[in-house]
Write a protein that binds this ligand. Sequence first.
Ligand SMILES: [Zn+2]
Ligand SMILES: [Zn+2]
Ligand SMILES: [Zn+2]
Length: 919
Amino acid sequence: MPETEHVEVRQSKISGAGRGLFARRDFSPGDLILSLDRPLVAEVEIERMLDTCAWCLQRSELDPEGRKLAASMGLPVGFIEVKVCTGCRRVVYCSKTCQSRAWKREHKHECKVIAPKERPDLPDGVRAVIKLLGRLKADPKDERILAISKFRPAGEASGLEALSQQNREKFDEFQMLALAAYKYTGEPKIAGSDSQALTKSLLSNIMSNAFELGSPLDGAEGGKLGIGFDPFLCNANHSCEPNATLVFNQPQTLLRALKPIKKGEEVLMRYVEETNPFSVRQADLREHYYFSCQCPKCKKGSKCQEDVFAKRPEELPAEYCKIADNLITRHEANLHNFFVPANDETAQLRMAALQAEAFSVSRRYTRYADEEEVKAALKMCINSGMWTWTREPVPQLCRQLFGLYIASGNPYRAFRLGLKRHFEITPKLHSQPFYPTRLIDLWAMSTVTNVLCGPMHQTIYDEFVQSGVSLRTVYFGFLLDLRDNLPKMYGMESPFGRVVEQTYAQLMANIGTSEAKIRELVKEVWPALEIIARKQRMSWPSLIDAFLDDERDATYAQCGETARTIFGRNFAVKPVKNQGQLSYTFVGTTAVLKFILSFRLEAGRIDPDVLKLAKEIHGGLVPDVEFCGHARTPAGKTLFVYKMPLLPGKDFWSIAGPDFHLDEGAVAKRNAMIKSLARYFARAYLKPQTVHAAVRKEQEEDALRRAAIMRKFLPEISAILDELEDNVPVLFGPFYRFVLTHADLSGASVLLNETTCEITGVVDWSGASVRPFAVDLPSLFLAGGAGGWWLTGKDDDNKEKDDAWREYPRRGELEEAFWAEFFVAACVTDSARERRTRRWHAEVAGKLATIIRFGFDRRADGSVSDRPLQENKDLLRAWFGNDKVVKEEEEKESSGVEYITETDEDEESSGVEDAPTAG
Ligand SMILES: [Zn+2]
Ligand SMILES: [Zn+2]
Ligand SMILES: [Zn+2]
């Protein structure tokens, strides 16, 4: 019998709502309002009939692989065994207890009806009605069942009629299903009722008032296992600002307070996802429950937090306008459900189409969703700049992707995404720490973290240790948090609570430390974890790809194993701190020897000829690289393995950055460094390489073509592009020097002496080639962010750190220092005017390379594609948008372009045309 003494059913004050549930005493958040042993109707959905217990709705994983995975995470689905009813072979039970309870109450009425082999599996609603009809036949006075037929809103004849007018299709479907149930049960006679009419109202009332039943422990898989309905519980009306929530404890069902509820106040729960925007909530309620919501939040319309976009609909970037235009026809029939208010009608339609597309993906059950599709929808939302991470359906898509990562055995990816959700998304959507989905998320995160603590993921574990985070402690943190909040929702006696308690007990038995001590450790580690979570930046080349498509998961562990084998026992092996995009690198150390082992994707392969040239020019600054053979990623990509000695010195970041405030000491360090870099550039300059005229021509055409693409894409920088186009013939002409170019100079690839700030080594030569002089010069001054330089720092600390690259208080000063040193080191002795022209050409070459490097997307092999990169538009605009072409006057003065001919130091290769290409 339901425990219902704390609530009563009365006429609701909500217009059109009929009856409602009212508190008979005060409730605090987490208090139990109502508890049922089992809802009157609890029905597994058709696809779960053979793997989910028809009584308690606990699911069993039938697929052996999935079962192993689930068991390894301690999930009940990995342990539950279901047995089929031998009478019908249509439904399964997890235990004798469940089977006998089900039989006594309902299955005896259904078993024979659904047994015939030629009969299809019947939908949940039909099966529910078949059982109810059987029960009524046995007891025609069963008040609880009869109450269903009088239920709102379709209860009275007028209700059904209203439905037939509102949604003819649904009405017809219900009529048909009811008829099926009526026929299959043999057109039963029920004393005192028109049994056919009764069947119709039972079916339509159940179908239009049912709530979802799912397991919290199945959360990652999508959760929903079936539908439930209870005439008493379903008196609780809907609100988009609910003060109570439903908890399904398989099969016990609870109603719990989310907020303080005063005696006499109406108890309100949610029927649809309340974090959705206004139009979506309304559409969902119309579609499934046949009413429009009049709650206080809905009365405000599209003005609440759920409806806020990051930008106004009119500001949708051009690229996404095109995408949206293509989607408008696809979602035409649904656009009104995703209505977005805007001043401009076109903008309105476009945003509705984007919403319709994203929601169409987010609403797929996780088990039917496709990882690529979910990612594509997420990228569309985030990269368009319109969605924030907390605006639906982005949170739903993240949740889905999290589940997909777990299902496909990618715990590391799941963990990263889970951190983002834990710190940045979920708390903003649901403030109560005991909110059901937050508890489910804590469980999922604790299991994923536990997996990462296993021996398969030693490398990942080590990496976190380096950042001051022990994943073991993080695991405790999630589990303790869950255990603290669980009693306020599911309770420790629920199947969920029991699993958590068991896990906790095992853990405590194995570690011999007190819980208080663990809590201290957790407290210490949590801020560092939060920093890691918030630092996860969407980085170039494609804003979000690097975050979503991190391939490292299994690769990390495997590379770690290989590294340990190659180095041998005597070495301590650790991954390096700043990992590259195309490589994964370990350092192996003994007391005296230090080596680097680098696993590189094909695009990051090192060309031995280029490396030889680099050693000729820069000597000991370039490491001796030994190729050790191949390895393979789990996806089957080839990895090239290289071993090299660890060069002395530290990377820029360890010495100078991130240092945003430039005191005199920092400026002196940067001056010393820039002079050392000037000498490095001079050495390459003094060894010009011969390049065939045809090759120069080809590169020239490519540069011009890209300048043209960029001109259309970013007209704001057309002054710079004019300048580039004018000078391209010089840069690729016979007299401009082509030299060995590293192409990826960054804070991570240049090593420095800690005291003198002189270069001690330059690593990662995989992108090096012979190119026009100075194309990688701007990377010293421009690029910021992880792996780049922050050479020039910033003085204004009111600005966001991420914007630091926009501020160059010391840039001019450092550039002057660079060139002064360069001209001395490169033995350039010509006139001041000629020097200016040299410097100008070098800078133009640099700008051109920068626009190509940052302005275009990359192909999978790392090469530059023809697609301009939307995500870096702002970056390029900031770098070049206000850049005045200052040299114009000087050029006029020198009567057109004056080629600098190579007549000085290196006669051997100067000005040679049509010579064969050098290595
Ligand atoms: Zn069961
Ligand atoms: Zn049966
Ligand atoms: Zn509402």
